[in-house]
Write a protein that binds this ligand. Structure first.
Ligand SMILES: [Zn+2]
Ligand SMILES: [Zn+2]
Length: 162
């Protein structure tokens, strides 16, 4: 069993951002990866909310937020790739967008529950989902290289507004 924790209700999101940036620093140091100023800025922007953001939105935000000149798309994509490789962000494939990973040190499986109305996306970790995938894969003699688990629906918050 797992429960969907609703992080939308009044929570101090600056704590989420602070924690994510601290974790990123520690993790990159440990992995010998360089968290450059740009990479850190992008991570911070991705973490602005619990809603995934597209690469072009991030580029616009970068341009608004800094005195530097506009960062070219390939540079932004390289930074996003770096953050993905380090496990600091998730790519949300169904939205073609990115979101911060709340537990970058744990590598076990997770599913994303995406609200189709407000875009709020929650990471769900569930052993039972993983076990079901492992079982199905072995029954079909299939080797899993990548898992993309995205579930679209209506979040609790939006349900309340109906
Ligand atoms: Zn938060
Ligand atoms: Zn919603």
């Amino acid at each position: 069993m797992f429960t969907l924790k609703n992080t939308q209700d009044e929570h101090d999101h600056s704590k989420c951002v602070h924690k994510a940036l601290e974790q990123a620093k520690v993790l990159c140091e440990k992995q010998g990866a360089r968290l450059t100023r740009l990479r850190r800025q992008i991570l911070e922007l991705v973490w602005q909310s619990h809603k995934p953001l597209g690469a072009y939105t991030l580029m616009d935000m970068l341009a608004d937020n800094s005195d530097r000149k506009r960062v070219a798309p390939p540079t932004v994509y390289r930074s996003l790739d770096f953050l993905l490789e380090q496990g600091l962000i998730h790519k949300v494939h169904s939205l073609n967008a990115y979101m911060g990973c709340s537990h970058p040190t744990q590598k076990d499986s997770e599913a994303l529950f995406i609200c189709g109305t407000c875009g709020h996306t929650e990471e769900i970790r569930s052993n039972s989902i993983q076990q079901a995938i492992n079982l199905a894969a072995s029954q079909h003699r299939f080797t899993v290289n990548q898992q993309i688990l995205e579930v679209v629906g209506l979040c609790n918050q939006c349900k309340g507004k109906r």
